[in-house]
Structures are given as structure tokens and as C-alpha cells.
Design a protein around this ligand. Sequence first.
Ligand code: PLP
Length: 389
Amino acid sequence: PIPSADMLSQLPTQFFATLVQNVNREIADGHDVINLGQGNPDTPTPPHIIRSLQESAENPLYHKYSPFRGYAFLKEAVAKRYKEDYNVDLDPETEVAILFGGKTGLVQLPQILLNPGDVCLVPDPGYPDYWSGVAIAQARMSFMPLLEGNGFLPDYEAISADDRQKAKLMFLNYPNNPTSAAAPLSFYEDTVEFAIQNQIVVASDFAYGAIGYDGHRPVSFLQAPGAKEVGIEFYTLSKTYNMAGWRVGFALGNAEIISKINLLQDHIYVSLFGGIQAAAAEALTGPQDCVTSLVAKYASRRDAFYEALSAIGWQAPKPQGSFFGWLPVPEGHSSAEFANILLREAKVAVAPGIGFGSHGEGYVRIGLLSDEQRLQEAAERIGRLQLFK
Ligand code: PLP
């Protein structure tokens, strides 16, 4: 028999896999599905970044192994972007690690910081990769409920004294997937204080750091005074520059944590293809109007979609950030049942809130990941089901 590590059976089920299967079945049956379930950006990578990769691919230097921990120019590029966008100072050499997408860092962080049985504070609802990392590290999760009444921010007072004492790591994610909430700087100031008092490392997942609405640029955790003493931020090019397939991300902040991340990575990877690193540097240092126009595009999709939803009687506050909407499920249905009804009867795919944790029940997540017309059509199709009184 083939042996199997116990850890494998403890990994959470990848609920998106089921969602994709259901969507594909509908498509195979010939239906025109509007897929707003997954978080896959639908806009191509800006042409100047692609050109940079094309040119870099010709450079024989990049055909060799890249240096361990990546090229200095890429670390300098991300430090420069943080200075410009958030006025945060980062030492490219000691406070930046290059990752294969934010995901590898998020999932590996618990292995780097925790021992089996240690506690990790995890938002509920939240991005399921946090659970995977904790499971691989054989650590234990303590969920922090994100409630609508509290702006979907965790209430640190509500964490039990025992968990507060045992917790060594905490994940936060604003702009938030799935609730689309944003966090004010004052929340991060409180977070730094809480982290110092309880000796907890903060991992801020800033995957949607560029996507804020109504004139609000999202706040970076590293803007809070003292943040670098207690934590790091994960930053990724996936959403900001529509580079999800390129797999470029970063861990930024506390030098001791960064060095531990690099240490583990040295044993697993060398570094990203040099041509991708060059194109990533171009993304970060080149013209940024692609980001401005991307955010404007999501904003007008959001406005058109929420107007159409309101016309069918489905009311919810508009997203503050990210490209997701977080909408209440009408009474009498679970989020999974409701998502199934929308897929089966309206051919609109959405993600059931329960997939993000027990406090996600009662909601569905809808991605603003089709053009305005398709989003309006999705709302009209849902409206025809007469589910909202
Ligand atoms: N964090 C959150 C909240 C996300 O939604 C995603 C991607 O969907 C990621 C991290 C992962 O990003 P990356 O593509 O950099 O691995």
C-alpha cells in the first residue's frame, strides 16, 4: 500500500473544486452560465507588462537559475511602490521576500511560526487558504467572527482568554474576501496594540490592496505605527495588475519573519523565472494608469450591478473594496441551497457563504468579474425567480 501522511486527510475540502464541477456540468449541458462564483480576474495583463516579459525572455541571463531569494531589482521595485502608495519604508534586502504568489506565503507561514497544537486566529468568514496552512502546520484554529454589525472587523475583546494566551499568529485580510469590507487605520493601530499585549504575530493579507471605492485607497497594515515590530503583509500582483497566472507575490515587513520565510523557501524553491521578475518590476515601477482604470472599471460594474440588484428587490450595502459583493440570502434557504437554485434556475454561479466559514452562512459572494451588461443580465435572470419580496 502507498503510505499517506495523516496531515493530508486533515486538509480542508477545496470547496471551489465542487463549484467549478457544478458550473462545468451546466456548461456541458449547453447552458449559458454567468460565472460570478470564482475570484479569477477577467481582464488581461496590461500590454506593457507582457512586452517586458517578451523582451526579458530573450535575455540568456534569465535562462539560468535566478539567484536564491530573487533579483534585488524586484525587491527594490516593490519597496518603491509601497513608499509611493502607502508612505511605508521597507528595506529591500531584509524586509522583502519574493513569493510564488501570495498563496505560498500564506500557506507556509504557519509552518514557519507554529508548532503542532499552537493556536492561530483566523477570520470567519475568511479565505480558506488560511485553514490549509494551519492544517499543514498541525496547529489549531480559533475563529474570529466577522459580523456585519461590527463592519466585518474582528472583536478582539470577544476572543477567549485561553485562546488569546495560546495564540501565536493571526490572519487579517482587508479589503476583505469575501465580505468586501475595508479596515480603517485606527483598526490597525488597535491591532498592533493587541498584538504587542498578547505576543501575537499579525499576517495581513493585502491581496486587494489596490481595490477601494468612493475615493478611498485601502489602508496597508504597515501604515500603522509599530506594525513592522509585530507582523508582515502579503502583497500580490494577481489582482492589481491582472497577473493571477504569473504567480508573483511578496511578504513585506518584520525582518525576522522575512528571514524565516526565506529560509524555508531556500529548501523548496530557487526563485521565479527571471523574465517574470523583470516583468513584475515593470508592473510595479511602470505607468500605474492601468491600475486606476481597472479600479474605475470595477467601480462602474459595482454601481451598475447594485442598481440592477436593487431593482429586483435584493438590497445590500455596496462593496467598500475588493471585487466581490457579499449579499444576504433570502430567508428560508441555506447559502448552499440558494447558490444551487441560482445556478440551476438562473444559470448564474455564485459562491455560497458557508464555503468561507460558519459565519459566512446567510450570505453569498458574487464576483464583479464580468462586464456590466452580463452583470445586469445576471441580476435580471435572478429577478425572474421572484425570490425577493
Ligand atoms: N488572499 C486572498 C484573500 C485572495 O482572495 C487570494 C486570491 O484569490 C490570494 C490571497 C492569493 O493570491 P495569489 O494569486 O497571489 O496567490
